[in-house]
Design a protein around this ligand. Structure first.
Ligand code: SF4
Length: 387
């Protein structure tokens, strides 16, 4: 291969040209790419892979978008359509607290009240003007009523809403997914998904950066994008991080086929494609946390450690992955054993990564107090029991 392990300078991010070359490398050259990525990971965070022990709170699965790969969303009246009540939120969070969870992940559809009068009525009944007002209140409820730290994923956000949610959660997230606007075309993955316009998603990520809010983002692999798109999406994230330094984590998530979705007959990305994407993400972003979900690569998720991830993301001992319910999370003990078999220790982190904690604790108040109580002296989860 033209770009060799030895030609990649330690800790220096690779160029777009090198990334394009590497993401399309041959099977013969793949081991060399993986070795470079794993070495880069070890320079960044040696010896450990982290995960966040979480409960998954699908605050509402109503959504105004219709992404072609989504099995989570519902229309009002569909079987399984549901908006959680405050009692349900608190009860799941408290059950997770008993199992040592430290993250309350709020995942929800984007602005369903704009499309559905039924959601407007639900919100009126609950006493809130919008889904985001309700989310803010539920983050505060969890923050006050448990030791869990909220991490909301509510879709596009204005600068004002980023500030409001940052007062009740130490970090938040929005997947960029892709920079390719052609996926909004009829029949493509983001057909009829107005919140998936890449420029709008970049604006939210940038607004979070301007406010120094620790932010999780990432890309989807296998939704109709090209190899070039994957590299350009990673570069757009890198550009944001170069300007604001707030990208705490980049998720590389592979599309998985599910029955009854518009993309039910699409091919899934191969294991090799996924490994190349993760490895190139590591080399483009050598000093950023790179995560890939283990449940979406089971049973071969161990390989992701060879490609340079340093985090497994949120893993729940309690709640299913409502986004990919047919792919159960690995049992935490099995995850630990397989992580150790690759030569790493498994460490439980908080929803906000250690290096970003000072940005949150700098502002005195309830959130800072709760975060300091949850963190140990390394900024990882203060352990009340063995990982
Ligand atoms: S992926 Fe998110 S935005 Fe798209 S339809 Fe599903 S819930 Fe809505």
């Amino acid at each position: 291969m033209d770009v060799t392990v030895t030609s990649i300078a330690p800790a220096a991010p690779i160029s777009r040209g090198d990334a394009l070359h590497l993401i399309g490398c041959s099977d013969e050259d793949l081991p060399e790419l993986l070795a470079a990525a794993r070495a880069a990971k070890e320079r960044f965070k040696p010896g450990a892979i982290t995960y966040s022990r979480k409960v998954f709170l699908p605050l509402t699965n109503l959504c105004r978008d219709y992404c072609g790969y989504c099995t989570f969303r519902r229309d009002p009246g569909d079987p399984g359509a549901h908006t959680m009540t405050p009692d349900e939120v608190l009860s799941v969070a408290r059950a997770g607290e008993k199992l040592g969870c430290t993250e309350a992940l709020f995942s929800l559809g984007d602005k369903p009240e704009l499309l559905f009068p039924e959601m407007r009525e639900t919100l009126r009944h609950l006493g809130y003007k919008s889904t985001l007002h309700y989310l803010e209140a539920m983050c505060e409820l969890v923050l006050r009523g448990t030791s869990l730290l909220p991490h909301p994923n509510p879709g596009l956000l204005s600068a004002e809403w980023i500030a409001r949610l940052a007062a009740v959660s130490p970090s938040m997230g929005l997947m960029l997914e892709t920079t390719n606007a052609a996926l909004l075309a009829p029949g493509a993955a983001h057909d009829n998904a107005p919140d998936k316009v890449p420029a709008k998603r970049l604006r939210t990520i940038e607004d979070a950066g301007k406010q120094n809010v620790p932010f999780t983002t990432g890309l989807l692999i296998g939704i109709g994008e090209s190899l070039e798109d994957r590299v350009d999406t990673l570069l757009a994230i890198r550009d944001m991080n170069d300007r604001y330094g707030h990208i705490q984590e980049v998720i590389v998530q592979n599309f998985r086929v599910k029955p009854a979705i518009p993309m039910a007959n699409w091919p899934e990305p191969t294991r090799g494609e996924m490994l190349r994407a993760v490895a190139v993400a590591r080399l483009l972003l050598p000093n950023v946390n790179i995560q890939a979900p283990p449940n979406l690569s089971a049973p071969y998720y161990d390989d992701l450690m060879d490609a340079g991830i340093n985090d497994w993301g949120g893993v729940s001992p309690l709640t299913p992955d409502f986004i990919n319910p047919e792919k159960p999370w690995p049992h935490l003990e099995q995850l630990r054993l397989r992580t150790e078999a690759k030569g790493f220790t498994l460490q439980q982190r908080l929803p906000v990564y250690p290096e970003f904690i000072p940005a949150v604790t700098a502002k005195p108040g309830l959130l800072s107090d709760k975060l300091q109580a949850a963190a140990d002296d390394r900024g990882l989860a203060r352990m009340k029991r063995a990982a």
